[in-house]
Ligand binder design. Structure first.
Ligand SMILES: Cc1ncc(COP(=O)(O)O)c(C=O)c1O
Length: 360
């Protein structure tokens, strides 16, 4: 049976071999006779699953013991609060770079717990550019700099260097962590919901340099205290075991296809082929500046917005799902995370060409 192709921005397509492993191994986790969802999280098998998944992630990201990985509930959205609650006291400031809708949400949430300042914004270009670090006005008292390095809705990605930033850097990498090799050492805290590139909703990955952490705000719930989570290996309460297992299978799959460098080569090729079709046509348009076009989320508009409905309807009929763009941007968006193959992108390209040919 041929499966439809899922271009959803998240929850997103999982690699088929991962889905097949889930199906085959679900009833009996590692020969224990019960599923991964039915084990106590204190069980040796589950403790080992968490340890191994942390080790796998650190290896793939190329970091050592100065960092810990936490597996937390609440999605990336909870990190918008958890970061300031742990790193700021009321009245403290932090520098926020606004690269799109998710950056805006992060700062708005931080305002509840401290006094963040926006040090740069690409709002003037409708979030089609990345603000250059030379223009960032960072107040001296800032405790950290926050940036969203891939804006899922606007399709802009950060390819610059943050090596010159002299304060801890916190990044929301929800929609591109492990899509390409990145200078992870430039970041002191990275967070990412798993349901785009790394697994299924329910677990958020937090990679944190332990030296960054001090006392959190006194009203912080224990569950949201990074140091308590570190001390209990992400098990302050019953953790999201099933999503961590799926994450571990996705990481194994990533290793099986050659790791981050191999997937980066595939991702660059996939994105280049799709951008090429858009740029070569007067019918499709992507507004994002060339130096910050996302490899993962590719928004595009049709020359005639009246054709949007037909494009979506026909694409669904052809088994191409979730191409409708975010309501705030309009048009279309193809999310081509690690699990999407070149062949699947080629199918989309063929559909786009045919639609253009017949719509005129
Ligand atoms: C970049 C980015 N940050 C944060 C979020 C929010 O994630 P969650 O739904 O896991 O809270 C999303 C979700 O789409 C996202 O793309």
């Amino acid at each position: 049976m041929s499966r439809p192709i899922n271009f959803c921005s998240g929850p997103a397509a999982l690699p088929l071999p991962v889905l097949e492993r889930i199906q085959a191994e679900l009833p009996d986790f590692q020969g224990s006779g019960v599923s991964v969802m039915e084990h106590s999280h204190r069980d040796r098998l589950i403790v080992r699953l968490f340890e191994e998944t942390e080790a796998q992630l650190k290896t793939l990201l190329g970091v050592g013991d100065t960092y810990r990985v936490l597996f937390l509930p609440g999605g990336a959205t909870l990190q918008f609060s958890q970061v300031p609650m742990n790193l700021l006291n009321p009245g403290d400031t932090a520098a926020y770079v606004t690269t799109g809708a998710w950056s805006q949400k992060a700062m708005k949430e931080a305002q509840k717990y401290a006094s963040p300042v926006e040090v740069a914004s690409a709002i003037d270009t409708n979030f089609t550019t990345m603000p250059h670090p030379d223009s960032w006005q960072i107040p001296e008292a800032s405790k950290y700099l926050h940036i969203c390095t891939n804006e899922t809705i606007h399709g802009v990605e950060w390819f610059g260097s943050l090596a010159g930033v002299e304060l801890p850097v916190v990044a929301d990498m929800s929609s591109h962590l492990l899509s390409r090799s990145m200078p992870i050492q430039e970041f002191d805290l990275i967070y990412a919901g798993a349901q785009k590139n790394l697994g299924t909703a329910g677990v958020t990955i937090v990679l944190v340099k332990t030296e960054l952490l001090g006392e959190c705000q006194s009203t912080t719930p224990s569950l949201m205290d990074y140091r308590q989570q570190i001390a209990s290996d992400s098990m302050v309460n019953t953790p999201p075991v099933y999503p961590v297992w799926v994450l571990s299978l996705v990481l194994q799959w990533l290793n099986s296809i050659g790791g981050v460098d191999a997937v980066e080569a595939l991702n660059r090729k996939k994105a280049a082929s799709l951008y090429q079709v858009i740029d070569d046509s007067a019918f499709y348009h992507n507004p994002v500046a060339l130096d910050c076009r996302s490899l993962m989320n590719i928004p595009f508009v049709l020359a005639d917005a009246n054709l949007d409905g037909r494009f979506v309807e026909q694409s669904i009929k052809e088994g191409l799902l979730n191409l409708k763009g975010h309501r705030s941007v309009g048009g279309m968006r193809a999310s081509i995370y690690n699990a999407i193959t070149q062949t699947e992108v080629d199918t989309l390209i063929a559909f786009m060409r045919e639609f253009e040919r017949t719509a005129a």
